[in-house]
Design a protein around this ligand. Structure first.
Ligand SMILES: *[C@@H]1O[C@H](CO)[C@@H](O)[C@H](O)[C@H]1NC(C)=O
Ligand SMILES: *[C@@H]1O[C@H](CO)[C@@H](O)[C@H](O)[C@H]1NC(C)=O
Ligand SMILES: *[C@@H]1O[C@H](CO)[C@@H](O)[C@H](O)[C@H]1NC(C)=O
Ligand SMILES: *[C@@H]1O[C@H](CO)[C@@H](O)[C@H](O)[C@H]1NC(C)=O
Ligand SMILES: *[C@@H]1O[C@H](CO)[C@@H](O)[C@H](O)[C@H]1NC(C)=O
Ligand SMILES: *[C@@H]1O[C@H](CO)[C@@H](O)[C@H](O)[C@H]1NC(C)=O
Ligand SMILES: *[C@@H]1O[C@H](CO)[C@@H](O)[C@H](O)[C@H]1NC(C)=O
Ligand SMILES: *[C@@H]1O[C@H](CO)[C@@H](O)[C@H](O)[C@H]1NC(C)=O
Ligand SMILES: *[C@@H]1O[C@H](CO)[C@@H](O)[C@H](O)[C@H]1NC(C)=O
Ligand SMILES: *[C@@H]1O[C@H](CO)[C@@H](O)[C@H](O)[C@H]1NC(C)=O
Length: 544
């Protein structure tokens, strides 16, 4: 049985269709109620907890969800059938997952991803995409909660985290969608950021048949090395009583100093750095006077040296690059997490995966340990394969984005991956453009937030518009279904940084390797005053 019968006709008109003819409600609800029994033959090894019809506006609560996930409730955006199930992935591991199947189905399938080292179904993403008519699935990545304890001496849980939860959730989810609607999906999509961005790249690299379109944000690619790099800040900066430690207040001062030095490179003094790669920050301007007695708002020599290391790449054994530098502009977020002490995700990864030693001490991290982690590379979680030819050959598309104020994952790792693919496949940008495009989002923090035009529709809470020019997910849908590839991604800056405070300005973010330069007048709020240019450093206006 399929819902609704008029779907194809409305789809071809390019509209989300209205399924909710009064008479069909009961049928949809009935079908939802009987889904568990019809799934028994489709996914024989699954345990379906329940399925329930949920109406738009319902505030779901998740009393069984691990409290560390900090997702106690979620308002649902559409009438839908909600299914929750568990699927074993080995004899000592399983995923728990949900499928949200909207009445107003567009024929599209979508999987969301996860974050950090969790362990959490991202219900907000399910609400967003099911509300847009995708039959949406999300899995818990093989364990519950934001910590890594479940990895301890259980390599199958690690496998789930590295690749198997996502892939299994997609395989199972497509079966659920088809069993429910009575017909296969038309196109399949992925939307995720951070660890979710890495999961998107993992799919592109290893499971190219899973999706027709992958939107991968701020990917935690080169994962082992990323955890080493994140842990290395504690080695650079130390504890609060260390002479190299820099307070969050001082990092705010450093941020202002960075803006002073680098904001104008793009031609607009707007507090936003369009290309941090061009910012070679010099902290010595903040050195304390030699007779200073109060050094809390200036840098001592050892502190300035430590700040310099923060903005330098990390090299390991035999001078091998471990991970690129933190990009300048990210200080406010980074200082509260990465620079504030031992980093929880690094501890989790080294303790419960790399060494299986819950007492591993983050102060011992050194180049040898970093090399050991990179060589161990459990289940190839590094996610650094540069050959995307299988993805290309089946016609799938990959859209990557990275916020240039990201304070958790250096935005400089994303062009590094793009260039790695370019070299590995021997394809210049003009040819990569056919299936892989990367956008740098100035003024965007880690996946959302930040000082600039960061609302690009990658999340429900970071969306101004469904216009494909302004929405990363809908841009992907248009690329896959109409062959119109995005050339820029327009972001919105809200006045009070929430959608209901109104638009302050918009900015068209450039496709890498282009960078944005301002050739207009005024302070940079004029979207038409910006130009995407490749190469050229220095005063933007003089060059053009
Ligand atoms: C389905 O979509 C139509 C058109 O977008 C909308 O008017 C209607 O409220 C939606 N119905 C449900 C049940 O979500
Ligand atoms: C069908 O569902 C729609 C949307 O929830 C609701 O407005 C309408 O009253 C329902 N019709 C019946 C007959 O229950
Ligand atoms: C949803 O319910 C939870 C728990 O009862 C409550 O804390 C939350 O504010 C509710 N959300 C909305 C948007 O009403
Ligand atoms: C995860 O939590 C769900 C409840 O939300 C529970 O049913 C499932 O068994 C848990 N999975 C693991 C691996 O602990
Ligand atoms: C359970 O079924 C799913 C879907 O067919 C499959 O991916 C998974 O490997 C199976 N689990 C086990 C332990 O066989
Ligand atoms: C679980 O499966 C592995 C092979 O994947 C096997 O070596 C092991 O003996 C099994 N354990 C149990 C308790 O069945
Ligand atoms: C919830 O998550 C935390 C952090 O990962 C973990 O320590 C705890 O065991 C989890 N609780 C349950 C009931 O799974
Ligand atoms: C040092 O300067 C900071 C900021 O300028 C101020 O808040 C603090 O009270 C001063 N400390 C001492 C010991 O004077
Ligand atoms: C990870 O770091 C090691 C050195 O510890 C290096 O040899 C390796 O090339 C790095 N991997 C990536 C993907 O950068
Ligand atoms: C930028 O200029 C516009 C137009 O002159 C003005 O409305 C706006 O307030 C200015 N914004 C900032 C941040 O200075």
């Amino acid at each position: 049985m399929r819902f609704p019968t008029s779907r194809s006709a409305l789809l071809s008109a390019g509209l989300l269709f209205a399924a909710a003819e009064a008479s069909s409600n009961a049928t949809f609800e009935q079908q939802c109620g009987s889904l568990p029994s019809s799934l028994a033959s489709v996914i024989p090894n699954a345990t379906v907890w329940f399925s329930e019809f949920v109406t738009a506006g319902t505030n779901l609560t998740f009393p069984d969800n691990n409290v560390t996930c900090d997702r106690p409730s979620q308002v649902v955006s559409a009438d839908l059938c909600r299914v929750a199930l568990r699927v074993p992935t080995s004899n000592r591991s399983e995923i728990s997952m949900e499928a949200w199947l909207p009445v107003n189905w567009t024929g599209r399938f979508l999987s969301t991803g996860n974050g950090g080292v969790s362990g959490c179904i991202q219900y907000e993403d399910m609400a967003y995409t099911s509300g847009l008519g995708f039959s949406t699935v999300s899995a818990n990545n093989g364990h519950n909660g934001t910590g890594g304890e479940a990895f301890y001496k259980n390599d199958d849980v690690v496998a789930d985290f590295a690749w198997r939860s996502m892939h299994t959730g997609v395989v199972v989810g497509k079966k659920i969608s088809e069993a429910f609607y009575g017909e296969p999906y038309t196109k399949s999509y992925y939307l995720g950021c951070s660890t979710g961005g890495r999961q998107g790249l993992k799919s592109a690299q290893s499971f190219p048949d899973d999706f027709d379109g992958i939107v991968a944000g701020a990917p935690a690619a080169s994962f082992d090395n990323l955890t080493s790099w994140s842990g290395n800040f504690y080695k650079i900066l130390g504890d609060p009583d260390s002479p190299t430690y820099v307070t969050t207040e001082m990092w705010a001062t450093i941020h202002e100093d960075i803006i002073k030095q680098c904001d104008g490179i793009d031609g607009a003094l707007d507090g936003i750095i369009e290309d941090p790669e061009l910012c070679d920050y010099r902290p010595e301007g903040l050195l304390c006077a030699s007779d200073a007695t109060n050094t809390s708002s200036c840098l001592t020599g050892p502190q300035a040296e430590a700040v310099g290391k923060v903005f330098s790449p990390v090299y390991g054994v035999n001078g091998a690059l471990v991970y690129p530098r933190m990009q300048p502009g990210s200080e406010i977020v980074a200082s509260n997490i990465l620079y504030a002490g031992p980093f929880a995700y690094t501890n989790a990864w080294y303790r419960y995966v790399i060494y299986n030693d819950p007492n591993w001490d983050p102060a011992t991290l050194d180049a040898e340990q970093m090399a050991y982690a990179a060589a161990k590379n459990p289940w190839n979680i590094e996610t650094w394969e540069g050959d995307l030819s299988r993805l290309r050959d089946r016609g799938s598309k990959l859209l990557q984005y990275h916020g240039l104020m990201d304070g958790l994952i250096s935005s400089e790792n994303s062009p590094r991956y793009y260039n790695h693919v370019s070299r590995t496949m021997g394809l210049p940008t003009e040819e990569l453009d056919d299936f892989y495009r990367f956008f740098r989002i100035s003024g965007m923090s880690h996946c959302t937030g930040g000082d600039g035009a960061h609302a690009i529709g990658n999340e429900q809470g970071n969306m101004e518009s469904l216009d494909p020019d302004e929405n990363a997910l809908m841009a992907m849908v248009r690329w896959v279904e109409e062959g119109v590839a995005p050339t820029t991604l327009i972001g919105t800056k809200w006045k009070g940084d929430t959608a209901d405070t109104g638009v302050d300005y918009k900015r068209a973010h450039c496709k890498y390797p282009a960078r944005n330069v301002y050739v207009g007048t005024g302070n940079g709020t004029d979207i038409d005053g910006w130009k995407c240019v490749v190469g050229g450093v220095g005063n933007a206006k003089q060059e053009l």
